[in-house]
Design a protein around this ligand. Structure first.
Ligand code: BDP
Length: 730
């Protein structure tokens, strides 16, 4: 008995000392900042040697945050707390004993370690990491022009350790390609989150400003670790209450908590606020009383929140008030707000998401039609925030033609990280592939090679000072109060990937997935390689079982979960009839193709040169017509739906073969989620195939088993029934 107890104690001691990754219970709270113990003895020893001590020059809340992160991370990974010393003022750094040096480049001894090119490149937020040798003692230098650069550099060093890379000969130059890297939270003041599937809002307005939860700080850490530098705290469908003094004071507390992590807060501004809060008769942007109201409001905001970022505005869109209510343009509205913010360095992010449900109108054309004529009319502190596609965050759309059409306007990308149209937080969909696809799309704006990434990065007026150029990207957050922040454990990858693409729009979805997997689960290549492949394919899998070949918006009306091609609102997107399916957007149809550069317009006008994955976006195609798959339109469509379901089954199998390689809790959770995704993929397949078959009146290809019809109340598909769990066997 005694011996058994002894054994147990030894086992427990081993577990607690090494905190073994594969067996430790995990709930996902630590995201990609888990800092797991390095089990490879050689590597651990090398790190212990290289990071035995840290010296920091000067102190500030941001440098303290960096130091705290480094001490904690290094200690957890190598089991040793580094010695820390700090030097203030011009005191010389002892290069003999200090192994990791964190210093600003205004110190000549530090700057001397780098070339002028390196020094020039990194700007206000970049950093340099270099292994230098002084008296044959290797030193790791993290250097930057600013404190925030040092924090970003510290996270980079920790990432190298988390992904088990050598620190022997580092030579890293990093700087963000876009200035504004922002999360848009669609959070309501009552704690709910519009299109949020991971619990409630992180912001506890009731306990603010008094209580700063640890979660707020961990949120800021996670963002800083990937370079996100802004957060819009509230829903684009805005409440004016967020602009009242009471809420500004609460917001100020969050802004203060985030500041050391380089994160500015922004608010959405409801256009009718002068009426609703100020009791003015109008919100007309050209009315002097309205102009004064916004000026005063902005002054009040900066009084409480000195580092306030600015406004995000959804105006004259989906019933929201806007300049259109007074016969004014978007430029009139945006510039009026921008003028109020300008003295404080604030900015306006004005959304281009506008459409009317006019009969016969092609929604894909409307953003362009309204905004193209305004190119060059927006003030210098205004950015237009456009979704990646012209409709609405669909699994796949053609890219938004506005990105190729506004050479004199600051254009900002809007991605959706929350999976509104991707099965909520139930489906495993890695959006890194989607971000990459759109950022690399060629707009041809200035000839071939003018990718969206370039459009976002480029200056509006070449030859002007780059520092004045506003560039940016926003992602609608998938974060909530769920213990793992994002609902689906793999939803975290989309937050992570968004940050990495915001830092560098030409980053690779593949290497981002690899980094995320290593930091979030394990460095074991037996896990990382197959699961990375699974992630990289996952977005296309979802497209296959939801909206293949360029279809869009077939989701259940308003809810946007599950299939609903039979709803009136979906019919305008698929145009299925007895002849065929798809929307003619060529000159014989809505002529949306003419909104693209001529080279693209002619490519998209011809079915043969239209990319296969967009054929139904641009063309109405006969059921019996042969397409590039080599099969008829009907058979191809059905095959895509069936393939999507098979692919989810394959994802399940791959995941099962990972048993034992990661912690049980997350393994089991993802197992359940994939099972649900498989059911839902069948739900999509059966619903869409049976529905479209009513039009095609063709049999299914021979290799496709008839889907069970019971659930569908075939052929009316009405009423909507609860989720068909019995699809298990259909
Ligand atoms: C749609 C969402 C809706 C948002 C809207 C927007 O369904 O909840 O308010 O986008 O972006 O996709 O404003």
């Amino acid at each position: 008995m005694k011996q058994r107890i002894y054994k147990l104690v030894v086992i427990l001691a081993i577990f607690s000392v090494f905190n073994l990754g594969a067996v430790r219970a995990e709930n996902g709270y630590n995201l990609w900042l888990r800092y797991m113990p390095i089990e490879n003895g050689q590597l651990r020893q090398a790190y212990q040697h290289q990071l035995a001590s840290i010296v920091v020059c000067n102190q500030s809340p941001t440098i303290n945050a960096a130091l705290k992160e480094l001490i904690n991370g290094i200690n957890l990974m190598i089991g040793k707390v580094p010695n820390v010393s700090s030097i203030t003022g011009n005191a010389a750094i002892d290069f003999k004993t200090n192994r990791l040096v964190l210093a600003k480049l205004d110190q000549p001894a530090i700057a001397a370690q780098f070339s002028t090119v390196e020094l020039r490149q990194i700007g206000q937020e970049g950093y340099l990491i270099k292994t230098v040798r002084q008296n044959r003692v290797p030193q790791i230098l993290i250097a930057a022009n600013t404190d925030i650069g040092l924090l970003y550099g510290s996270f980079h060093l920790l990432k190298l350790m988390q992904t088990h890379q050598s620190l022997q000969a580092l030579n890293i130059q990093q700087w963000p390609r876009l200035k504004l890297r922002i999360l848009d939270h669609w959070d309501n003041l009552n704690g709910t989150v519009e299109r949020g599937y991971a619990g409630y809002s992180l912001w506890n307005w009731q306990t603010l400003p008094g209580i700063i939860q640890k979660r707020y700080i961990d949120y800021a850490r996670a963002n800083a670790s990937i370079g996100i530098n802004g957060a819009v705290l509230n829903n684009v469908n805005a409440s004016v209450k967020s602009l009242t003094k009471e809420y500004l004071i609460k917001t100020a507390a969050l802004a203060k908590a985030f500041k050391p992590y380089g994160i500015k807060v922004y608010l959405t501004a409801k256009f009718s606020a002068p009426k609703e809060l100020g009791h003015l008769k109008t919100a007309d942007p050209l009315d002097p009383a309205v102009i004064k109201w916004w000026k005063d409001k902005v002054a009040e905001i900066y009084h409480y929140i000195p580092n306030f970022g600015g406004f995000l505005v959804k105006a004259s869109s989906e019933g929201q008030p806007g300049p259109g209510d007074y016969g004014r343009t978007h430029a009139d509205g945006a510039n009026m707000m921008a003028a109020a913010l300008k003295p404080y360095g604030g900015i306006v992010m004005w959304r281009t998401f506008v459409y009317e449900n006019k009969k016969g109108a092609d929604r894909a054309k409307q953003g362009y039609d309204e905004f193209k004529p305004l190119d060059g009319k927006f003030d210098e502190n205004v950015l237009l925030q456009a979704k990646y596609g012209p409709i609405d965050f669909q699994p796949r759309e053609a890219f938004n033609p506005l990105f190729g059409a506004m050479p004199h306007t600051h254009m900002m990308m809007e991605f959706q990280i929350t999976q509104e149209y991707f099965g909520f937080a139930t489906h495993l969909v890695y959006l890194g592939s989607l971000f990459q696809e759109y950022l690399r799309k060629d707009t041809y704006q200035k000839g071939p090679g003018t990718t969206i990434a370039k459009v976002l990065e480029e200056r509006v007026n070449p030859g002007t000072d780059d520092n004045n150029r506003l560039t940016g990207i926003a992602g609608v957050a998938n974060i909530g109060t769920d213990v793992n922040w994002c609902g689906h454990p793999f939803g975290q990858a989309n937050w992570y990937a968004f940050g990495r693409f915001a830092w560098n729009p030409m980053a690779s979805a593949d290497s981002i997935a690899a980094d995320w997997l290593k930091m979030t689960f394990t460095n074991d290549p037996g896990f990382v390689n197959p699961i990375k492949k699974l992630m990289l394919g996952s977005r296309e899998v979802a497209v296959n079982y939801m909206t293949p070949l360029g279809l869009s918006h077939l989701m259940k009306f308003a809810l946007h979960y599950g299939p609903g091609p039979w709803s009136k609102s979906a019919e305008v997107y698929h145009h299925a009839d007895s002849v065929g399916i798809g929307l003619d957007r060529t000159v014989t149809g809505s002529d949306a193709v003419s909104q693209y550069a001529p080279a693209l317009a002619s490519k998209y006008s011809n079915l043969k040169t239209t990319p296969l994955n967009l054929i139904l976006w641009f063309h109405h195609i006969g059921w019996d017509q042969k397409i590039a798959t080599g099969e008829t339109m009907w058979n191809s469509l059905v095959h895509y739906y069936y393939q999507g379901v098979k692919q989810v089954a394959a994802m399940q199998q791959i995941w099962q073969s990972m048993k034992g390689k990661i912690d049980e809790d997350r393994f089991n959770y993802v197992t359940q989620l994939l099972k649900q995704q498989h059911l839902e993929a069948k739900w999509w397949r059966n619903g869409c195939v049976l529905y479209f078959q009513q039009y095609s009146k063709r049999p299914l290809p021979k290799d496709c088993k008839e889907p069970g019809k019971a659930y569908w109340n075939y052929p009316t598909f009405k009423p909507d029934l609860p989720f068909p769990y019995h699809l298990d066997d259909q």
